[in-house]
Ligand binder design. Structure first.
Ligand code: HEM
Length: 137
């Protein structure tokens, strides 16, 4: 049990810092002031890596349960919906950050603002869903 708890704690640590990266990175892009294109690009890398880290560490949390208990956590209803929402946010956030890095140089100010607002919204939705997954599972 001690080993399982230790692995859970280490993985959750990565998962928590990933949540900070995607949320704070997207908010800081626009607030308290819109950042320069060079800084926005660095923030986009931070957010891209953060979303990847969330998907990998989230899957690892499930894998640890499977490795030690022989099955995935038994979740239903609201908890399942919350997990699905987090996975959808992670996939959307990753692809939006990747599209930003590839194409944003040609975008208008409104387009750039919309992309960052969308990234911030995905982070807020995922963090809110995490609370429901935690307490309904
Ligand atoms: C593929 C995507 C994801 C998967 C598979 C996943 C999976 C998990 C799992 C299994 C837990 C442990 C649940 C529990 O102890 O009850 C967890 C916790 C958590 N996840 Fe995720 N997650 C994903 C994405 C995200 C994202 C995108 C965020 C935030 C931006 C996030 C934030 C959190 C937080 C804050 C916790 C701790 C909740 C608490 O203990 O209060 N997760 N996640």
């Amino acid at each position: 049990m001690a080993l399982q708890d230790f692995l859970y704690a280490c993985t959750q640590m990565a998962h928590n810092f990933g949540a900070v990266a995607v949320t704070a990175g997207a908010i800081f892009a626009l607030w308290p002031a819109r950042q320069s294109p060079a800084v926005l690009r660095q923030l986009a890398w931070l957010v891209l890596i953060g979303w990847a880290l969330q998907a990998i560490s989230g899957a690892t949390l499930g894998a640890i349960s499977y490795a030690f208990q022989g099955r995935l956590p038994d979740i239903h209803g609201i908890a399942s919906a919350a997990l699905f929402l987090k996975m959808a946010c992670a996939a959307s956030g990753f692809f939006l950050a990747a599209i930003y890095l590839r194409f944003a140089a040609g975008w208008s100010t409104q387009g750039v603002n919309a992309a960052w607002s969308c990234l911030a919204a995905l982070a807020v939705i995922a963090l809110s869903a995490a609370a429901f997954l935690r307490w309904f599972s």
